[in-house]
Design a protein around this ligand. Structure first.
Ligand SMILES: [Zn+2]
Ligand SMILES: [Zn+2]
Length: 266
């Protein structure tokens, strides 16, 4: 099984898993790049996984489903182009011998879900060495997190906590190439974080030759992503100072202030 990000729009990635004959795509905001990849690889589309309802993640679903008959799996609590199999926490999506676990991660949207492919015996036969693998849409980005359009800061913090608790070897497949802008903000929050300095140089080199910075590794995100580090002393101190908050501030309010700081950051 191989994993490829298909660029779409200005900065979206449609993730494709394929085994040489069949493919799975995640969040096809447009159908064109998927049709191209299918015909290039002579692949049949087996399934479409959708993390949340935004058009840049669902715009290609109807056309792909109509043309290929691929099964569509999506968030139970959101409306996406139908028909689809509605999934929520505790459910599984089984396709091409892979068993994806569904995690509820509200915050960016109210019903946002993630698909996690554990690197256990059940999957290794079909997945090879690509698992553990996480498709997290617009919730966790490399160096950042999604905007809070429908959920509360407390929900987003709890969602990111769930993702951060996955194995450190998890490869994180995000919905957008926002990494360099995120890292610029991360450096403003934690100028003394040496891991962040190294990671930035690594990502800048990738972008300089037109390569994606994704998937990233969860273990690296824990070291450099301020939104996974809002309880770390360095991040906490920076947020409290920036927002003029007291040291008694509740952690969801610290997280909210961090997210607001990013919203205002240029
Ligand atoms: Zn979105
Ligand atoms: Zn998006």
């Amino acid at each position: 099984m191989t994993l490829v990000p298909l660029p779409a729009f200005a900065d979206n990635y449609i993730w494709m898993l394929q085994d040489g004959r069949h493919a799975i795509v995640v969040d096809p905001g447009e159908a064109g790049p998927v049709f191209d990849a299918l015909s290039r690889g002579n692949l049949q589309l087996a399934a479409i996984l959708v993390t949340h309802h935004h058009a840049d993640h669902t715009g290609g679903v109807a056309a792909l489903h109509e043309a290929t008959g691929a099964k569509v799996f999506g968030p139970a609590r959101e409306r996406i182009p139908e028909p689809f199999t509605p999934l929520a926490a505790g459910d599984h999506a089984e396709v091409l011998g892979l068993r994806f676990e569904v995690i509820d991660i509200p915050g960016h949207t109210a019903g946002h879900i993630a698909f996690f492919l554990p690197g256990d015996e059940r999957n290794t036969a079909a997945a090879g060495d690509i698992a553990p693998l996480l498709f997290c849409g617009d919730t966790l980005f490399s160096g950042g997190c999604g905007r809070l359009f429908e959920g509360t800061p407390a929900q987003m913090l709890a969602s990111l906590d769930k993702l951060a608790a996955l194995p450190g070897t998890t490869r994180v497949c995000c919905g957008h190439e926002y990494t360099l802008a995120n890292l610029k903000f991360a450096r403003a929050v934690e100028p003394g974080n040496a891991d962040l300095t190294h990671y930035t140089a690594h990502c800048e080199a990738l972008r300089a030759r037109g390569a994606p910075t994704l998937p990233s590794q969860l273990a690296a995100e824990r070291k450099i992503n301020p939104f996974l580090r809002s309880r770390e002393a360095t991040v906490l101190r920076a947020v409290l100072a920036h927002a003029g908050l007291s040291s008694q501030t509740a952690e969801a309010d610290v997280f909210a202030a961090l997210r607001q700081w990013k919203n205002d950051f240029r």
